[in-house]
Design a protein around this ligand. Structure first.
Ligand SMILES: NC(=O)c1ccc[n+]([C@@H]2O[C@H](COP(=O)([O-])OP(=O)(O)OC[C@H]3O[C@@H](n4cnc5c(N)ncnc54)[C@H](O)[C@@H]3O)[C@@H](O)[C@H]2O)c1
Ligand SMILES: N[C@H](CO)Cc1c[nH]c[nH+]1
Ligand SMILES: [Zn+2]
Length: 426
């Protein structure tokens, strides 16, 4: 989007395909970092932290540092974090699944049992800004799921420790294991383990393009939640929307990262022109003006669509992280939406309510990955396991079919494992 003159484009000339980390520079850089940590352990981690974060810091964050940061936190921030934590916990407790138990007519019992993961690594970003809210979003669902071992990582600041607000949030939710390491190197350490950091079963949490690319790279050796990279929002608005609200919400994502995306789709050119004017007006007052401007110039767009139905089709094709709907009848638009990380409906539900306080999770798939994955939730920290119990009678009834199928696959040892029992039962 150009900011030096009104810039509204037609639907036909809009192309917003974004990929995380596929560009050769980022991929190659991250591959080198991951390999260095896999082979070099703690030594490599400290070297990379010196090079990329400019500090030489002990990896393990002392418990006292978290506690001290919590005590030093302004009372109003402490209260807001605590209230947010309660709301996040409540919404994630409601997601706990029930086991399924089926007793079959032949006497068998079939179960699908949910079990918490044993050990997870969670990432809280801390490069351009600190994200204490992400500590809550990452850790609380893991606790609700029943995960026993949680390792939190976040990049160190100039004093060698993660940002004080991140430390304080970690104390608030009872984190017992934290490391001052960030970027791709933190992801590699969690995936493969080092002398200090024991490897985990799954890595969750958002981060910049290096973090997201590293997660993509280690996936398979370890589980990941989703590709939660630089943030993005698409606002679907009609002529009833308030242009100042729309502009404010686009800027709220743009200020995160120069790679953030902010798009408004509307059938009303007049609204889009007013949104442009509002963006220019509000942008000037932002402390993070340079980041927001760069993000809008690279990945911002005001798109005039033929109809709201076309806007819905475009959103489903883009599969963005956040969708805001500011139309006369937002629920009608919601009915048509299939692929989005999280949806915010109506003029009084700006996306930051979800970032901080509503209770829904703000760790969400980006760069089109909402086509196949969802935002972070309690189930991401659990896995399913099936269990089957046969009685002698069940086996006697089913044996004939199993033996026939085993023979059809020429797997006679399979057949005999059933036959040996069946013959005894005769
Ligand atoms: N999708 C989501 O759910 C979600 C939620 C919250 C935040 N976010 C995103 O998280 C990101 C936070 O980014 P951030 O940068 O502030 O913090 P970050 O913690 O993600 O990344 C900082 C780290 O990146 C590494 N790094 C920086 N430059 C590098 C380079 N040239 N090569 C290799 N490594 C390098 C450094 O090690 C540094 O510690 C933003 O993009 C924000 O939009 C996304
Ligand atoms: N909008 C970001 C991605 O969902 C999350 C966040 C944290 N703090 C502020 N915003
Ligand atoms: Zn945000």
């Amino acid at each position: 989007m150009r900011l030096d003159r009104v810039d509204v484009i037609e639907q036909a000339s809009f192309d917003w395909r974004r990929t995380t980390g596929r560009d050769a520079d980022v991929w190659g850089n991250v591959a080198r970092i991951v390999e260095e940590v896999r082979l070099g352990g703690d030594g490599a981690l400290r070297r990379l932290t010196r090079a990329l974060d400019g500090v030489d810091a002990p990896l393990r964050v002392p418990q006292e540092a978290m506690e001290a940061a919590f005590r030093a936190l302004r009372a109003e921030v402490r209260e807001a974090l605590a209230r947010a934590a309660e709301r996040i916990r409540r919404f994630h407790e409601a997601q706990l699944p029930d086991d399924i138990v089926i007793r079959g007519e032949d006497g068998e019992t079939l179960e699908m049992l949910w079990r918490p993961l044993h050990r997870v690594g969670v990432y809280a970003p801390g490069g351009r800004a600190a994200y204490p809210s992400t500590v809550l979003m990452d850790v609380i669902p893991a606790q609700v799921a029943g995960v026993r071992s949680i390792a939190l990582v976040s990049p160190p600041g100039p004093d060698g420790l993660p940002h004080p607000a991140v430390l304080a949030a970690a104390h608030l939710v009872g984190v017992e294991e934290m490391y001052a390491v960030g970027g791709a190197q933190a992801v590699a350490a969690l995936a493969y383990g080092t002398e200090t950091i024991a490897r985990v079963d799954k890595i969750v949490g958002p981060g910049n393009v290096y973090v997201a690319t590293a997660k993509r790279m280690v996936m398979g050796d370890v589980g990941i939640d989703s590709i939660a990279g630089p943030t993005e929002v698409v606002v679907v608005a009609d002529e009833t929307a308030n242009p100042a609200y729309v502009a404010a919400d686009l800027l709220a994502q743009a200020e995160h990262d120069v790679e953030a995306g902010a798009v408004c789709l509307s059938p009303s050119r007049a609204l889009l022109e007013r949104v442009h004017a509002e963006i220019v007006r509000q942008l000037a007052a932002l402390p993070r003006v340079d980041i927001a401007r760069a993000a809008l110039e690279r990945h911002g767009a005001l798109v005039c669509v033929k109809s709201l139905q076309d806007a819905v089709d475009l959103v489903n094709d883009m599969a963005p992280e956040h969708v805001e709907v500011m139309t006369e009848d937002p629920r009608r638009v919601l009915d048509g939406l299939r692929t989005a990380g999280a949806v915010f409906l109506g003029p009084y539900t700006p996306e930051p309510v979800g970032d901080y306080f509503a209770g829904t999770n703000h760790v969400l798939p980006t760069h089109g990955s909402a086509r196949f994955s969802s935002g972070l939730g309690t189930l991401d920290f659990m896995r399913r396991m099936t269990a089957a119990t046969y009685t002698a009678e069940t086996l006697a009834r089913h044996a004939r079919y199993i033996e026939v199928l085993a023979e059809a696959e020429s797997l006679t040892a399979h057949r005999d494992a059933v036959r040996i029992r069946r013959e005894e039962l005769r």
